[in-house]
Write a protein of this length. Sequence first.
Length: 191
Amino acid sequence: MTDIARATDLIEAEVTASGLELVRVKLFGQDDERTLQVMAENPETGQLVIEQCMALSRRISEQLDKREEAGDDLIEGAYRLEVSSPGIDRPLTRAKDYANWAGHEARINISKDAEAPTGNRRTFHGDLIGLEGENVVVDDRKNGRVEIPLATIHSAKLVLTDKLIKATVPLDTTGADEIIETEDDLQEQED
């Protein structure tokens, strides 16, 4: 049986030991097409460069394999491990994300079993004001200022805007100077 909570604990320990912060662990897909997605970031840059992704992927894979060999299979069956940065239009998964990304546009979905803060609406879209106590505050396009209890949020993510792109210009451009476009690449882009 899959124990995502224990797998997340193991993954978080490896992320932390690597000097990084865990953003999200998510298992999705069905049968042999499942993916264990791990999003992490460097707390200083908010990014994860390819070398960090590869190193973290190896660490996590080794630890999950050790558990499986010991008879403690945390993720039952076949799956693909995907380690990545949260990206520009990142998911908002931690309380500090709502404070750190205040002023940017976000889409927030409320859990089905939670009481909606305004009528029956379960999706809010607008400028993120921030975190006030245990509530996420958003200037929703339809309802104005809405306070959403953090515990009722099912999913939330930033919306890709020009403002967000400007705010997330890469701090670390390692490897960017190694990208070389060939004539074949340019031809493919034209086709």
